[in-house]
Design a protein around this ligand. Sequence first.
Ligand SMILES: [Zn+2]
Ligand SMILES: [Zn+2]
Ligand SMILES: [Zn+2]
Length: 314
Amino acid sequence: MSKLVQKQHVLIIEDSQATALLLKNYLNNMGYEEIHTCQTGKTGIDTFKDLVSAGSEPFVLLDFQLPDVDALSIMTQLLEIKPDVKVILQTATEKSDSGVTELIRQGLYQYLEKPIRFDKLKEIITILEEEKQILEKTPTTETLGTMDVFKEIDFLLKSHKQLSLTMIEQFVGGEKEKIDSYLKDLESQGKIVKLGNKKEISCDQCDSVKVTQTFFCPSCKETDFKLAKLIEHFNCGNFSEEADYEDNKCPKCKKEIKALGVDYRVLRDRYICKNCEEIFQELSFNFLCLKCENRFPIDEAKWKTSQFFKVTNM
Ligand SMILES: [Zn+2]
Ligand SMILES: [Zn+2]
Ligand SMILES: [Zn+2]
């Protein structure tokens, strides 16, 4: 295979220098030359902002566990800068972990398990490039042959775990009968299964179901937060991050914490706002339309009901 020089920029946000270098080398071999690496969430966001204002559209390889900013907070900030950003998350954390699930729900492009399998990364990037080409040519029913419709549906299904008929119809455009009969074929081949009718949120301005959630601090509305595990010390009432209890010593009263449930308790999945330092169990969110960039709260959302499909073998 010839090495194609790619003008596409790639941003790697990864605190391990060794992993970042491996990724960079691999992407270089794939033909990518504009690769930027950042070791913290903060520099990653700044670099992304610079790249976007310079007119490039980088896709992002994001490490789930960065020392400074929570991955969900980074996602939100990247989406603020560029609503159609493609983020590939690398993580050693289970896919079922609530933090990872939240990112997937929020519109994470793909998920890559650590240790990284490079063949998998290549597959993801190849699909991403194909998608870009498809989206760039803005399909219409006149310009599309039947084969292209099938190809686009295949591609859509490959890049989602499950999706709705509305999503497929909006993406492919028109051709309802063709879409229906092709989905029936895929179903009979055991490639997809029907999940029944479900509701999904659509943009109240343009009707698109390509929307994503963005999260912010309920108090100061900033998007810079991190997910933390907190410990409450009953004796003195101290309530802070597990990491502050060095050698099991309470940072406030300096006494040792001894027995879980007796003199202290652990609270998982709490968010700490890095701006106002308040702690929350849940963050506030609103929705961002990836098509028209309209931002709206949940009570203004329009709900669309249609058949959902689960991709089983594509
Ligand atoms: Zn919209
Ligand atoms: Zn204490
Ligand atoms: Zn805040």
